[in-house]
Design a protein around this ligand. Structure first.
Ligand code: FAD
Length: 671
């Protein structure tokens, strides 16, 4: 007779019970005991940028999952063990006599590395590992294989490849019951408290337990560093015991991380229960689902009123199954009573949005660890951005990063703090920090502004800011979209830009969004809401907001900055270098690009025309601060006419329906 299975189900970014193919595989083993484990990894807590809103969402989602597990069997819940999975899981295998470890596979490079370590450790002690794809519509491993090992860079390539992979599986129902996490399945102990007590006892003697060798943040770690996702108010106590302060394997609190819960200002609440009720609301509106066209959606007055689905945080943490979303959309569209040609198509429809997510995952899978950076990234066009990452001779990232030129550093700071003097950018950045989410077109605006649009700052820096604040931060979608918006990959029409006033003017509710997040502009009339620096002084006085005093002056001249960036894009495109080119790897590409195209270096160095060694160039200097308000001049405010040239630069909202068409030949002339 075979030994009955004793299974650890390792939860990660699959915090749900519905449509979980990995959980189904665990239950198909008919385990005598099922241990639903979450490893509260100090690497995540102390080494990643995770802001308070994302932690809050995660904690809520874990609590919701735990409650849902208990509703299936009152003798079970989510078992949170505090420590690194590579250290902890092997101990649990031994102490809980585990036969199988089951988890949903993590396609990201970091996750794959961690998982393969855990897999090897499990095999060493005879524990069988079962990993199942469930985080994407299609398995990135299979897609990339079918694409000849190449990264998928366009929607049409993805669609071509997936046609051969067959239909997306229909979603699974949640389980009806679960075995309890009993150490001795034949024992009569049934109560959860008793089971938890026995489990906690079984961990006696392990390091980190009951304060013995507790995981204490290393002294060099600055808990107040924003690099760690915002200020931590006090010492953490979430690692003083393996099974939690009360030895009940509970979900940690924000306080135990040293975070201030009052800073979690997001209206977005985590958990599978919330995710499913949101999905139900979306699907009820057959017309909305059938006619969904991403470019026509609006950021609205607030995140709750944005006209997209706001499902990304739930999909990110797996509270919502992406396959379930897909199929509910498909079934909903069948109920549409309007004309068939009113039903929107991929890529602008909801299915298209979900496919974009898969596209970035497939690109990340093929590119690997360097997907989030320029250096070494074969799909990423090299541009001579300001404030790039720095690397040593071995290709290791130098941290902390050496300071860049002071103008760009001050612009980056103002951008992060929502003080650029451009209300559209400032309100979005303040919304991001406060609520942990902004609408896609808002993300477009800020990403283009920081990179190829106005500031010429490396997309790596912008992606880092999003990493810290977005609840839905994703290791594939975030760098992928930043590369798209900066025209580094996926998209190449660098001449298409957003007007800082004309673009938001086209969308309903955007003036209110500005007023909500930039209250100093509350009384600014609509005409000047996106360009208060153009308001006559009497208008500013009447609105109680003097530009330069109550609200910052714009930090650059939009038109000049755009022209300069365009020149730089042109140069980078004509040179055609990518992140894996030898010149880039050796750190020589920037100087060459500047020299060949006479582009000034803001730090000096004499490479570009007209550079004065050691000085900030005139261009950067003159645009650093306080451009003259064009009071009373032509305005781009709502209702006013724009010049022909500006019209041509906009319309960027069509982007998601287009393909990346690299306009310059790739240069792969490795020496
Ligand atoms: C610079 C930048 C950075 C971004 N970073 C992230 C990120 O870290 N995580 C993330 O989930 N999305 C990211 N996006 C993509 C997109 O903005 C969000 O997924 C979307 O705004 C989420 O809102 P929603 O759920 O209302 O989307 P909807 O429009 O309702 O779309 C439904 C779902 O489709 C997926 N989706 C839609 N658009 C995209 C896209 N362009 N790329 C990938 N998935 C998409 C999301 O899972 C989303 O929840 C980024 C976009 C930009 C421009």
């Amino acid at each position: 007779m075979t030994k009955p299975a004793r299974v650890i189900y390792w939860f990660r970014t699959d915090l749900r019970l519905h449509d979980s193919p990995a959980l189904k595989r665990a239950l198909d083993l008919r385990p005598a005991s099922l241990f639903p484990v979450w490893c509260w990894d100090p690497n995540y807590v102390y080494k990643h940028r995770v802001g308070v809103n994302r932690f809050n969402f995660l904690i809520q989602s874990m609590n919701d999952l735990s409650k849902n597990l208990t509703s299936l069997n009152p003798s079970t819940k989510l078992l949170v063990v505090r420590g690194e999975p590579t250290e902890l899981l092997p101990e649990l295998f031994k102490r809980w006599n585990i036969t199988h470890l089951v988890f949903e596979s993590d396609p990201s490079a970091y996750g794959r590395r961690r998982d393969s370590k855990v897999e090897a450790l499990a095999k060493q002690v005879g524990v069988q590992v079962v990993k199942v794809q469930g985080h994407h519509l299609y398995d990135p491993v299979e897609v990339v294989k079918k694409n000849g090992g190449k990264p998928v860079l366009t929607m049409s390539t993805l669609q071509k490849v997936i046609r051969e992979l067959g239909e997306i599986p229909r979603p699974l129902e949640p389980p009806e019951n679960l075995p309890p996490p009993k150490l001795d399945p034949s024992s009569s102990s049934e109560g959860l408290e008793q089971i938890l007590g026995e489990l906690s006892e079984s961990l006696e003697g392990l390091p980190h337990y009951q304060g013995k060798g507790a995981w204490i943040p290393p002294p060099e770690l600055d808990l107040n560093s924003s690099e760690l996702g915002g200020p931590r108010q006090k010492e953490t106590d979430c690692y003083t015991s393996l099974s939690g302060q009360d030895r009940d394997f509970s979900v940690p609190t924000l306080e135990s991380l040293g975070m201030d819960p009052s800073q979690a200002n997001t209206p977005i609440q985590g958990g599978e229960t919330q995710a499913l009720s949101r999905l139900e609301r979306i699907i009820k509106d057959v017309s909305y689902v059938s006619k969904f066209a991403k470019p026509k959606t609006t950021p609205g007055k607030s995140s709750e009123e944005a006209s997209t689905t706001l499902t990304s945080p739930y999909i990110k943490f797996g509270c919502l199954s992406v396959r379930r979303f897909w199929w509910e959309v498909e079934d909903c569209k069948k109920k549409f009573k309007g004309k068939p040609n009113e039903i929107t198509q991929t890529p602008e429809n909801l299915n298209g949005q979900l496919l974009f997510r898969d596209m970035y995952a497939c690109a990340e899978y093929a590119v690997g660890d360097v997907f989030g950076q320029v250096r070494g990234n074969k799909i990423c066009r090299f541009m001579d951005w300001y404030l790039p990452n720095h690397y040593d001779d071995q290709g290791q990232k130098i941290e902390p990063r050496p300071p860049g030129d002071e103008v760009s550093e001050s612009r980056l700071k103002a951008f992060r703090e929502g003080r650029t003097g451009f209300p559209w950018i400032d309100c979005l950045m303040r919304q991001l920090v406060k609520e942990g989410w902004i609408h896609h077109l808002g993300r477009h605006s800020v990403a283009a502004f920081l990179t190829r649009g106005q500031c010429w700052i490396s997309w790596e820096r912008g992606a880092e800011i999003f990493d810290e604040y977005l609840i839905d931060w994703d290791p594939c979608s975030n760098p992928g979209n930043w590369m798209w918006l900066s025209c580094s990959a996926f998209f190449s029409q660098y001449f298409r830009l957003y007007g800082l006033s004309s673009f938001p003017s086209k969308y309903e509710g955007t003036a209110d969004l500005v007023r909500k997040h930039c209250p100093e502009l509350k009384k600014m009339p609509d005409k000047y809401i996106f360009e208060p620096f153009k308001a006559p002084i009497e208008v500013q006085r009447k609105a109680g907001c003097i530009v330069g005093k109550d609200y910052p002056s714009p930090m650059l001249d939009e038109k000049e900055a755009k022209e300069e960036c365009m020149r730089r894009c042109k140069a980078a495109f004509s040179k055609g270098l990518y992140g894996d080119n030898e010149l880039v790897l050796k750190g020589k590409a920037e100087a060459i690009l500047r020299k060949e195209h006479g582009i000034p270096d803001p730090r000096g160095g004499g490479e570009g025309k007209g550079n004065k060694k050691g000085k900030i160039t005139d261009w950067a200097k003159s645009n650093a601060v306080q451009p003259k308000p064009e009071q009373g001049k032509r305005s781009n405010a709502p209702g006013t006419k724009r010049s022909k040239g500006e019209e041509q630069e906009e319309g960027e909202e069509q982007e998601e329906g287009e393909e990346a068409k690299p306009s310059a030949k790739r240069s792969r002339n490795k020496k």
